[in-house]
Ligand binder design. Structure first.
Ligand code: ZN
Length: 255
């Protein structure tokens, strides 16, 4: 059986900020473009001050991907709201599936916009990179993390620097940098397609092609991102599905 890869929920970002005492909403598929535009509108020089200082908040929505083959694998079920307000269930129903028919949930990393709705698929085994569960504890606290993992099936971990076959033609690949235990998923089909579900190792197309990253990354994170991107480029994907941008075919690649 050949594997099928589909986007269940498209990535968007809703940000709200204060501009001249007005709350301004930004809604776009490209996080980088949103940030750039906000900084310009608000007259913020990123070298001088942090945008987040004047940012009231934001609600990112990551790319949710369904991989169907021998098993049904869902990558990044999305933020709390997509599950809570039913978007995840509606998205899956377009493919004739219910959450209960998902065998395996892969969270590329623990950030809430990717993992918040994992627990809407109770009982499914969950795949995380080595060290990411510890990072969850840092973000959500040990109790909350334990409670969330308790509703899931087995915790399957991908060793740092390693890859793990999830089903024939589908592998989880260690891509640390954005977070300590970040993973991506490579889906290979018999026709030669190589789809990389990148998570936030590639937030936007620009990050993949130009390696221009958000200015809030630390030097350590950037170092990790660069080596993970080297690894991803070497995989020669025919399609890349970024964490917060539309899928694209890398330039210069056949197919
Ligand atoms: Zn993230």
């Amino acid at each position: 059986m050949s594997n099928r890869v589909d986007v269940v929920i498209q990535p968007v970002v809703l940000r709200f900020s204060l501009l001249d005492d007005e709350v301004v909403y930004f809604f776009a598929a490209d996080t980088e473009a949103v940030l750039d535009r906000m900084e310009r509108m608000m007259g913020i020089d990123p070298a001088e001050s942090a945008l987040f200082d004047s940012n009231l908040g934001f609600l990112p929505v990551s790319t949710t991907v369904l991989i169907r083959g021998e098993r049904n694998i869902l990558v990044d079920p999305g933020n709390h709201h997509t599950g809570f307000y039913g978007q995840l269930g509606i998205g899956l129903s377009r493919f004739g599936l219910t959450p209960g028919q998902i065998d395996l949930v892969v969270c590329t990393h623990c950030h809430h916009d990717h993992m918040g709705s994992a627990f809407r698929i109770p009982g499914a085994d969950i795949v995380l990179g080595e060290g990411e569960a510890d990072f969850c504890e840092e973000i959500y606290g040990p109790e909350e993390t334990a409670a969330r993992l308790a509703v899931m099936g087995r915790l399957i971990e991908v060793g740092r620097g390693e890859e793990l076959e999830l089903m024939p033609g589908v592998a989880a690949i260690s891509t640390p940098g954005h977070t300590p235990g970040h993973i991506s998923v490579l889906v290979e089909s018999e026709s030669g397609e190589r789809v990389l579900v990148a998570g936030d190792t590639v937030m936007t197309r620009r990050e993949y092609s130009e390696r221009t990253f958000s200015h809030w990354y630390t030097d350590d994170q950037l170092q990790g991102l660069h080596s993970s991107l080297d690894r991803i480029h070497a995989l020669q994907p025919t399609t890349v599905m970024p964490g917060h941008d539309r899928a694209f075919a890398p330039a210069g690649r056949p197919g």
